[in-house]
Design a protein around this ligand. Structure first.
Ligand SMILES: [Zn+2]
Length: 136
């Protein structure tokens, strides 16, 4: 019986390996563990995909992080300023409350998104895992 296949989006948001969509990208499941926020295993524990493709690889994820932050900050500003008619100070207060909560999450999703640009999904990794389950 074939294993259930994750979608590209659910694998990315679920912080899974883009190749097999099963292996975890980060060593700590808690994104608010600030000492381990970006700690990743060297390779995928399921399919063996190398997570550190080249030195400084995840520098590019900062561009994704920037775009994701703009994608929620600008609509928030438009909503608060022009729809609700609130003063700027409420936007600044809301931003400073939400940023510490969202930055760890967006940082990790950015890395998953960046890695998925360069590593394509390989359906054969699901078959290999199914065979391993049958054998054991
Ligand atoms: Zn994998």
């Amino acid at each position: 019986m074939p294993a259930k296949k994750r979608s590209y989006f659910s694998a990315m948001v679920g912080l899974r390996c883009p190749r097999c969509r099963r292996g975890k990208l980060f060593t700590s499941a808690n994104p608010f563990n600030f000492k381990k926020i970006t700690d990743m295993p060297h390779s995928c524990p399921v399919c063996g995909q190398d997570y550190s493709i080249e030195p400084g690889f995840y520098f590019g994820a900062t561009y994704v992080s920037y775009a994701l932050n703009v994608a929620w900050l600008v609509p928030l500003f438009i909503l608060m300023r022009f729809v609700l008619g609130l003063e700027y100070k409420y936007y600044v207060i809301t931003m400073f409350v939400l940023l510490p909560i969202l930055i760890p999450l967006i940082s990790r999703i950015s890395r998953a998104f960046w890695l998925s640009f360069f590593v394509k999904f390989d359906p054969q990794t699901l078959e290999i895992e199914d065979q391993l389950k049958v054998d054991h």
